[in-house]
Design a protein around this ligand. Structure first.
Ligand SMILES: *Cc1c(COP(=O)(O)O)cnc(C)c1O
Length: 390
């Protein structure tokens, strides 16, 4: 069976070209909890690349709550939520989340990714139009592809371009859904939500904000971008993830009771994929309680972010135009960016290289994600490494 299709020669060729471009990589492996310092590929490094913003991924209170949930509910939910996978703790999680988000109702999914894959196709149909920011997250792009609505893209955060698209097309469709990230994950900039909401009102459109990087970061105690801009009640669908700041796993849509009733019938991941396991749900409820009790975690996150950014600027690095703790260190071409990340690693700092196709060609960067769990001493050591590489 020489040259059989099963040898996947066509994929081997593509892998070879990744290697030629200098962008081929193995998955990094670490051997303990996700913390500020980890053993990555056998080396002790300061971890500046996780989305574990508040340090909850290994927090004792969340771990205890997860263990308690396992003791009471076991390890698996046993079915999709619509059959017999919906435990009282799933309901409790949604109630707590709705209170936290200051919205009428919340529908929880198994991840932020599958929330976008399921929710978008459920709320628009043929005869509708989706208008999407060109830098929206991959899971939004996939979610949009799965829907039967027409699609239009506006230039990143360009309100004149959004206005142009709406002026041209609004009249041709039933519902128009404007979708944007709340915080753009590669640059750390915020969506211009007040203006987007105003345009949505002017053109009678629905709004959908994916706040994966705003949840736990912006707004009162990390309530998110909608809270930051005080736009409660004006965004129809607010998506969040439970996998970033909350440190565990899951995604959700926050909004109206009607949204929740509809998604419980047409949100495909809810109907066709097993409910979140009890340990995850237990840990999440505890994490949310902690966020409501104190602003200590978000404050420490922002203090650390300001400290790291000021240090990098002093060293002469271009750190882009982030408005959040996400800190891109702009390097340039793909191979140089990969090499810079390796050099950082050799100095005990893990800052992952983000290159094409995740960002445009030539816009390679080291994306630093600081957390509430980093100490000043760790940030100083990271800055020493950047100093040596300047
Ligand atoms: C990370 C991310 C997601 C995916 O969330 P998961 O819970 O990790 O699946 C969705 N949207 C945006 C904007 C993200 O940054």
């Amino acid at each position: 069976m020489k040259n059989s299709v099963h040898e996947l020669t066509y994929l081997k060729e593509k892998i070879e070209s990744l290697k030629e471009e200098g962008v081929y990589r193995e998955l990094p492996v670490f051997d303990g909890p996700n913390e500020a310092e980890i053993n990555l590929n056998g080396q002790r490094v300061i971890n500046l690349s996780s989305n574990n913003y508040l340090g909850f991924a290994n927090h004792p209170r969340l771990k205890q709550a997860a263990i308690a949930a396992v003791e009471k509910y076991g390890v698996g939910a046993g079915a999709v939520r619509t059959i017999v996978g919906n435990m009282d703790i799933h309901e409790e999680l949604e109630t707590v989340l709705a209170t936290f988000k200051r919205e009428e109702a919340v529908m929880v999914f198994q991840s932020g990714f599958n929330c976008n894959a399921g929710a978008i196709q459920a709320i628009v149909e043929k005869g509708d139009l989706i208008v999407s920011d060109e830098l929206n997250h991959a899971s939004i792009i996939d979610g949009v592809r799965l829907s039967r609505a027409d699609k239009a893209v506006f230039k990143h955060s360009d309100m004149a371009d959004l206005d142009r698209v709406l002026k041209e097309k609004r009249g041709d469709y039933n519902n128009v859904l404007i979708i944007t990230d709340g915080v753009f994950s590669m640059d750390g900039d915020l969506a211009r939500l007040p203006e987007i909401v105003a345009l949505a009102e002017a053109y009678d459109c629905l709004t959908y904000v994916d706040d994966a990087h705003g949840s736990g970061v912006l707004g009162e105690n990390g309530r998110g971008t909608v809270d930051h801009f005080n736009l409660h009640g004006k965004v129809d669908f607010t998506i969040g993830t439970l996998s970033k700041a909350l440190g565990v796993m899951g995604g959700y849509v926050a909004g109206s009771k009607t949204m929740k009733q509809w998604l419980s019938h047409r949100g495909r991941p809810l109907l066709f994929s097993t409910a979140l396991p009890p340990a995850v749900v237990g840990a999440l409820i505890e994490g949310l309680k902690m966020m409501m009790e104190t602003s200590e975690f978000t404050e420490r996150l922002w203090d650390n972010a300001r400290y790291l950014k000021a240090g990098l600027k002093d060293l002469g690095y271009d750190i882009g135009h982030s408005e959040t703790p996400i800190t891109p260190v702009m390097i340039g071409d793909e191979a140089r960016t990969m090499a810079f990340s390796k050099a950082l690693m050799a100095r005990g700092v893990f800052g992952s290289a983000i290159v094409f196709p995740t960002v445009p060609k030539g816009a390679g960067r080291i994306r630093l994600m600081v957390s509430a769990a980093h100490t000043r001493e760790q940030l100083d050591r990271a800055l020493e490494a950047f100093k040596a590489l300047k």
